[in-house]
Design a binder for this molecule. Structure first.
Ligand SMILES: [Zn+2]
Length: 245
């Protein structure tokens, strides 16, 4: 795979990095990443992955851009309010980097379509705020043997995890919490979504290029009010119905 002059200049800061370089940038160009949810986490993550030169980005979200999204979902503009999120984001991503192909799915992930949607991608980034969707995405990733980068947040706190085999996301969240909080109810600081979305994008880039040590089997907990972060191991659940088999 040969890069054009434009691409060599565009990716110059990656090409000089010893952990990326030419081979890493080629791996990024060959990669197909599915972003589930074009919201708080997915929106900045998609921008950074497009800027990084990921060859194909899939976006799945059935929502439309709302005015209250713009406080944090920086892929969208005021003029795009009312439009399909995946279509609006695709325009922005291709504008940022015309070398990226964007595949859009204006639908919800369900138990039925999760496996077929994920099948065509190498890595899945889940930024949805719904536990049921997360569990469906996780089960499909485990079944297909695809790595899952998961980002979640609320108020001032966020977390990133990478799951590949055991432990899986369901080991961490064995059942849907009855009192699950949503950002709509409890609020979220806009800049926090940039932190968590960018960290999720960074983990995707590490998985694709093989740089460093991915957060596989670990959870990074970020406390925005304290200004601190720590990573903890996720315990595999031997009784997990998804990966424990
Ligand atoms: Zn599991």
């Amino acid at each position: 795979m040969i890069f054009s002059e434009d691409e060599v200049e565009r990716y110059a800061r990656h090409l000089v990095l010893s952990e990326v370089g030419g081979p890493g940038q080629q791996a990024l160009k060959r990669a197909r990443v599915l972003i589930v949810g074009a919201g708080g986490v997915g929106s900045p993550a998609a921008l950074y992955l497009a800027a990084a030169g990921v060859g194909t980005l899939g976006l799945i979200d059935d929502d439309v851009v709302g005015l209250s999204n713009l406080q944090r979902q920086i892929a969208f503009s005021t003029a795009q309010v009312g439009r399909s999120k995946v279509e609006a984001a695709a325009e922005r991503l291709v504008g940022l980097n015309p070398h990226v192909a964007v595949e859009t799915f204006a639908e919800r992930i369900t138990a039925e379509n999760a496996e077929s949607r994920i099948a065509a991608f190498d890595v899945v980034l889940d930024g949805t705020d719904d536990f049921q969707t997360r569990l469906w995405v996780n089960a499909a990733c485990v079944a297909a043997g695809k790595p899952l980068v998961s980002g979640a947040l609320g108020r001032w706190n966020g977390q990133i995890g990478v799951f590949a085999g055991q432990p899986c996301y369901q080991c961490l969240v064995p059942e849907i919490p009855l009192d699950a909080e949503t950002c709509a109810r409890v609020g979220v600081v806009g800049a926090l979504t940039g932190v968590i979305g960018s960290m999720a994008a960074l983990e995707v880039i590490k998985l694709i290029t093989g740089a460093g040590e991915a957060l596989t089997g670990r959870l990074m907990l970020y406390d925005g009010l304290a200004g601190s972060a720590r990573a903890v191991r996720v315990a595999a659940d031997p009784e997990c119905p998804v990966c424990g088999g």
